[in-house]
Design a protein around this ligand. Structure first.
Ligand code: ADP
Ligand code: MG
Length: 353
């Protein structure tokens, strides 16, 4: 099984109107290097998208990870960066300028419908989705009236409402409804900055039969829109927002600690996945069984230089994390299938089979 580094992409957003100051970074798309103009420090990425990059180009770049989820391998795509840097634009986008989530959903349905039309091995598929938000270190179910849920020790998704979806339109409608319930509040940095982490997960189950055996693949695609990574010094908030910031930072802080402890392992230290909700959920995606792409969104105005540096340092660290993605395929022979059916018919347990 091959180890593979987390793939890290930087996306620079166009300068905002609020400020006319200069840019603090220089990008080189060919070498995928970002240079800080103040001290010439260089940061190596896997790919750099400049401010004029389109949503199509970003999606084209992440397509392979979605294709491999369709083929039975877990995948995660997440957007990191300060408030206003373009995370939600990248992950969700708008009706006229769709982001990764709606495009991924469409691609998955097209690919699997196509397969079931063209294959002659009884190929079938099922897709379900969940949507969660983490807000002040509590997890809420966006597909279940934003109800608070407790995370069990191992698998968060077991406690979330899983909705089976039959088309990309149906899936998007359900998600739009859910995502509307995300907590937002005003800060001095952005009128409606998002203060929560949103995690949309699509689970794909495909089945086909080959040489009297049933092949079942179950894979997940996590798409994550994180809360702003900015430090508190940039916000000029009231007490509630400071409380929010410290709790939001707990998940992001732990994310940083998890990454550092993966890349600098210490024999006596466990990786602190369990110290925050976000890292519990993203456990497989960082140092585990998944292909992972991180998009770091960057505001290039000098005014935000400190945040750009902090985001680029995060990028350089997360790029060192290695994952081992394993095909999630389970094969059952026809004899076992018949026996299982018989045991079920007789009302017994089939645990031993
Ligand atoms: P975040 O989710 O990181 O707080 P947003 O995605 O909400 O940031 O972006 C803030 C604003 O900037 C939005 O109005 C968004 O449409 C705009 N924006 C962000 N990135 C881009 C981009 N690459 N191209 C055009 N507009 C962008
Ligand atoms: Mg946002």
């Amino acid at each position: 099984m091959a180890q593979e580094n987390v793939n890290v992409v930087a996306r620079i957003r166009p300068p905002s109107n609020e400020t006319n100051d200069e840019t603090c970074i220089k990008t080189d798309q060919i070498s995928s290097i970002i240079t800080l103009t103040t001290n010439q420090k260089q940061f190596h990425m896997d790919k750099v998208f400049e401010q004029n990059a389109t949503q199509e180009e970003i999606f084209e770049y992440v397509q392979p990870i979605i294709a491999s989820v369709i083929n039975g391998i877990h995948g995660t795509i997440f957007a990191y960066g300060q408030t206003g840097s373009g995370k939600t634009h990248t992950m969700i986008g708008s009706d006229k300028n769709l982001g990764i989530i709606p495009r991924a959903i469409e691609m998955i349905f097209i690919a699997l419908n196509e397969e079931s039309k063209n294959r002659n091995d009884n190929f079938k598929f099922k897709i379900s989705c969940t949507a969660l938000q983490i807000y002040t270190e509590k997890t809420y179910d966006l597909l279940n009236g934003n109800e608070k849920i407790e995370i069990p020790t191992c698998d968060i998704l077991k406690n979330a409402k899983k909705v089976e979806v039959n088309s990309s339109n149906e899936c998007m409608k359900i998600l739009e409804c859910g995502l509307e319930q995300r907590k937002v509040s005003d800060t001095s940095m952005n009128e409606k900055s998002s203060r929560s982490h949103a995690i949309v997960t699509l689970t794909m189950k495909t089945v086909y039969f080959k040489e009297n055996k049933k092949h079942e693949r179950i894979s997940r695609l996590n798409m994550v829109d994180l809360a702003g990574s900015e430090g508190r010094k940039h916000t000029n908030n009231n007490e509630t927002q400071n409380f929010e910031a410290s709790n939001i930072n707990k998940s992001l802080l732990t994310l940083g600690q998890v990454i550092r402890s993966i890349i600098n392992p210490h024999p006596k230290q466990v990786i602190p996945y369990r110290d925050s909700k976000l890292t519990m959920i993203l456990r497989d995606s960082l140092g585990g069984n998944s292909k992972t792409t991180v998009i770091v969104n960057i505001h290039s105005n000098s005014k935000y230089a400190a945040e750009a540096i902090s985001t680029l340092n995060f990028a350089v660290n997360v790029k060192k994390v290695k994952n081992t993605a394993i095909l999630q395929e389970f094969i059952t022979s026809k004899e076992t299938l018949t026996l299982n059916a018989e045991v079920q018919r007789l009302g017994g347990e089939n645990d031993k089979l």
